[in-house]
Write a protein that binds this ligand. Structure first.
Ligand SMILES: *[C@@H]1O[C@H](CO)[C@@H](O)[C@H](O)[C@H]1NC(C)=O
Ligand SMILES: *[C@@H]1O[C@H](CO)[C@@H](O)[C@H](O)[C@H]1NC(C)=O
Length: 408
């Protein structure tokens, strides 16, 4: 087996903003935004509240923004919000995972955002397609009987638990750089979901993503607040359940001056070689009601419970897995890969995995997830296999190459 060399994990911090999602808010917190005539490239000027700007050789620009002037405070419900600088407890959480902090950011090593600021990305990027959480409704687990359709052109290989009372979710994901084409993306992530109906889903999501137009794999967060944040949700294309990436719209309160949401993760895993893993832990802080995001043991920030409807209480579903967009632009299934681009059955040391799936129960204990239900939209394109490794806890391998004789 390959060495699972955690200490060498290095998560670089180039920066990047997914700009397209919430136009309503962009003009609120960004001065001088300009859009090229093609609308493909959006240039962002300096963020409001910038105290220092870090320019990277590769073109990414990081604004170090006064923590009290960050986008979250443009949210109407967060006008008088007092920042919670640290979670009040880990409720039996990540310290039990027993690993050393390993977040190394190459931009951060050379030049840092000062204390009291948070890094926000400025970027010129192609507009990303919208993504959407899809979790099959609880009662319709048999794939053939799923009544709610997944969003058009989105494909999934994921596992879920539906048992009801979740106050946190965690896992290790090995990080890859799958090929993507056209305006498609490929990602691996954790979903924390609440809401009875698809139309009422609140979601909190975090993981890694690659998108065409950018070669690198980046850290992302995404969330959906279906009822309380209409300006984010009523997008111009009328697609109602969109949400927000990173700090693109007000909601997520960042506390860390080290982690750049939307920044590059590196290095990445190689076939037969070192597996570079990212640990993600999302949990609800019982005292404050905030949903904290912790990556590689660094508390990045939180979603205030007050911005959600159903998620202000608890999550009732958790999922882990991969998602791609298949736009069929060449008249057949896309070549966009999921995970490592290899099927789980091909070889375990070549496939993408998510391991040590855990959740936090109502009493605040971290527990291994059991009885997960796999959901795969097109196994001939991207598949999923449970288990097979010692010491990986509850885990699965997933992914695939996309287009082939069998995946058309
Ligand atoms: C914020 O505080 C002001 C002054 O106390 C108050 O009028 C306003 O309603 C508060 N806003 C929110 C969203 O709590
Ligand atoms: C949470 O897990 C702990 C440890 O297994 C257990 O003692 C406790 O009863 C659980 N709480 C609930 C609400 O199930």
């Amino acid at each position: 087996m390959a060495t699972w060399n955690h200490k060498k994990t290095k998560l670089g911090y180039f920066l990047f903003v997914f700009v397209a999602v919430c136009h309503m808010f962009n003009h609120v917190h960004v001065d001088g935004r300009s859009i090229s005539s093609s609308d493909e490239t959006i240039k962002l000027a300096k963020h409001k509240g910038t105290i220092k700007t870090i320019q990277r050789e590769d073109g990414d620009v990081i604004d170090c923004v006064d923590i009290y002037k960050q986008p979250a405070f443009d949210h109407p419900l967060l006008k008088n919000h007092t920042i919670q600088m640290k979670p009040s407890s880990y409720i039996g959480g990540i310290e039990a995972e027993n690993f050393e902090p390993m977040f190394i950011q190459d931009w951060y090593e050379n030049e840092q955002c000062p204390e009291g600021t948070i890094p926000i990305v400025r970027a010129q990027i192609p507009k990303p397609p919208r993504t959407l959480a899809f979790i099959p409704p609880r009662k319709d687990l048999d794939k053939d009987e799923i009544k709610a359709d997944p969003p058009k052109n989105h494909e999934y290989a994921e596992v879920s638990v539906f048992d009801g009372n979740y106050f946190g979710a965690a896992a290790w994901l090995n990080v890859w750089n799958p090929a993507t084409f056209g305006r498609e993306f490929s990602l691996a992530q954790i979903w924390v979901v609440s809401g009875e109906e698809f139309s009422e889903y609140n979601t909190i999501e975090a993981g890694w993503i690659t998108k065409s137009g950018q070669k690198q794999t980046r850290l992302f967060i995404y969330w959906t607040v279906s009822l309380l944040d209409p300006s984010c949700l009523m997008s111009s294309d009328g697609y109602q359940k969109t949400g927000c990436y990173n700090l693109d719209c007000p909601g997520f309160v960042q506390t860390s001056n080290k982690v750049g949401l939307g920044s590059v993760l590196q290095p990445i895993s190689t076939y037969e070689g070192n597996q570079f893993e990212m640990h993600i832990y999302i949990h609800k802080d019982k005292q404050s009601g905030n949903w904290w995001l912790t990556i590689q043991q660094i508390d990045v920030g939180y979603w205030p419970g007050s911005i959600f409807s159903t998620l202000s209480d608890r999550a009732d579903r958790l999922s882990w897995g991969g998602e791609i967009v298949n736009l069929q632009s060449q008249g057949h299934h896309t070549y966009t890969q999921m995970g490592s681009g290899h099927f789980p059955r091909e070889r375990y040391t070549q496939a993408s995995y998510i391991r040590n799936l855990r959740y936090t129960n109502e009493s605040g204990f971290m527990k291994d997830v059991e009885n997960v239900l796999p959901y795969v939209t097109r196994p001939e394109c991207y598949d999923l296999q449970m288990g097979g490794m010692q010491n990986f806890g509850t885990h699965f391998f997933f992914g695939g190459p996309g287009y082939s004789d069998k995946c058309k």
